[in-house]
Ligand binder design. Structure first.
Ligand code: SF4
Length: 191
């Protein structure tokens, strides 16, 4: 069973400021949900998450999403298709090393989910539906908690800088966020 994210309780600023990324890499190292986190943050251009900075994560995601060549099948008994050794190895690798489920493996390899499930089952790779759901839930929770924390932090920074007398234009330049975003934060703070 998966454990909690290793970064729980860490300062969110660490993840969004590149001067801290070496420190964050150490936090991510050995995190039990590193793959799920990486998938969740695959398109986030700002955060160090899932053990990778945005550039590395982008390259990783490009490979991850690349449609796999259709699985090569050879005729088996009764004329039914049979998985090649290469495809079998890939099924087990995706399960063991990348933590993917039967459905994701089937999509990646261009084979039927039932074929992937059957092969995994015959090799004692089982994850109950409940475990699958728990995995997805933890992944989503870790991702949304970080996004929420980032939003709160941005609001704090914007209001802090405005309070110190910086103009809206200066705040956009300092924080790299739009005028619209700053006015929205001001409106919400005033209401
Ligand atoms: S950022 Fe992701 S991989 Fe790193 S510790 Fe947190 S949950 Fe784990």
């Amino acid at each position: 069973m998966l454990d909690n994210p290793k970064c729980r309780g860490s300062d969110t600023e660490l993840f969004y400021d590149r001067v801290n990324w070496a420190k964050v890499a150490k936090i991510c190292n050995g995190c039990p949900i590193v793959l799920e986190c990486r998938m969740e943050f695959a398109d986030d251009p700002y955060a160090f998450a899932g053990g990778m900075d945005p550039d590395r994560r982008y390259a990783w995601a490009r490979e991850w999403r690349k449609p796999a060549p259709p699985a090569r099948k050879v005729p088996g008994k009764g004329g039914r298709p049979r998985l090649t050794d290469e495809t079998k190895r890939e099924i087990l690798r995706l399960w063991d090393e990348e933590g993917r489920g039967a459905r994701a493996i089937a999509l990646r390899l261009g084979i039927a989910t039932s074929t992937a499930s059957a092969y995994l089952k015959s090799n004692n790779r089982k994850r109950t539906e409940e475990q699958e759901r728990e995995l997805a839930r933890r992944c989503a929770a870790a991702g949304s908690a970080m996004h929420r924390a980032k939003g709160e932090e941005t609001t704090r920074n914007v209001l802090g800088l405005l309070g110190e007398g910086y103009s809206v234009k200066e705040v956009t330049a300092l924080l790299g966020i739009s005028f619209g975003h700053i006015y929205k934060i001001k409106r919400e703070a005033a209401s």
